[in-house]
Design a protein. Structure first.
Length: 167
């Protein structure tokens, strides 16, 4: 189960994710100071805790550390959504309610994501007859194969570390 980030943890991780490069405590501090009063040691402590919890990796650069995310914000968000969904006694009903809460833009994004993900390999066919299903006596070789336009990588394979990070 993924624990939701606290307010300061989220503010720091948002910067690290947005900058998309290794960052120092000082860089994060200077950016945070434009919004609030905060001490160097507070930012250093939170970055260290995020590292120890597996959210960040770090590399020593002189006397300081440079921190970078282990995974993307999207992977974190997906893990939170999955955990929330898993708590339901009726996941299908939870999804129906979730879809009902979505804006038209979010529904468009969902359609796009499903197109990118492609068919789910473990999905059993629906028990409704289809007009484009070949007859039982049609040889498989004569059945046209649709071009999905997807690369040879498996759906959802982005090359990033899966979420949550292994401990």
């Amino acid at each position: 189960m993924v624990r939701q980030l606290g307010e300061l943890e989220n503010d720091i991780m948002t910067r690290v994710w947005q900058w998309n490069r290794p960052v120092t405590v000082r860089e994060v501090l200077l950016d945070l100071q434009s919004e609030r009063e905060i001490a160097y040691t507070t930012v250093m402590t939170v970055l260290d805790k995020l590292y120890r919890k597996g959210w960040l990796r770090r590399e020593q650069a002189g006397r300081a550390y440079r921190y970078e995310p282990v995974s993307s914000r999207e992977a974190y968000t997906a893990a939170l959504m999955n955990d929330a969904w898993a708590t339901s006694d009726n996941p299908a009903a939870a999804l129906v309610h979730f879809f009902g809460l979505m804006s038209p833009e979010q529904r468009d994004a969902l359609r796009d994501a499903l197109r990118v993900a492609g068919p789910f390999p473990d999905t059993a066919p629906v028990d409704t007859p289809s007009t484009d299903t070949p007859a039982a006596d049609t040889p498989v070789a004569d059945t046209p194969v649709a071009d999905t336009g997807r690369p040879d990588t498996p759906p959802g394979d982005t090359g990033e570390t899966p979420w949550p990070p292994a401990r």
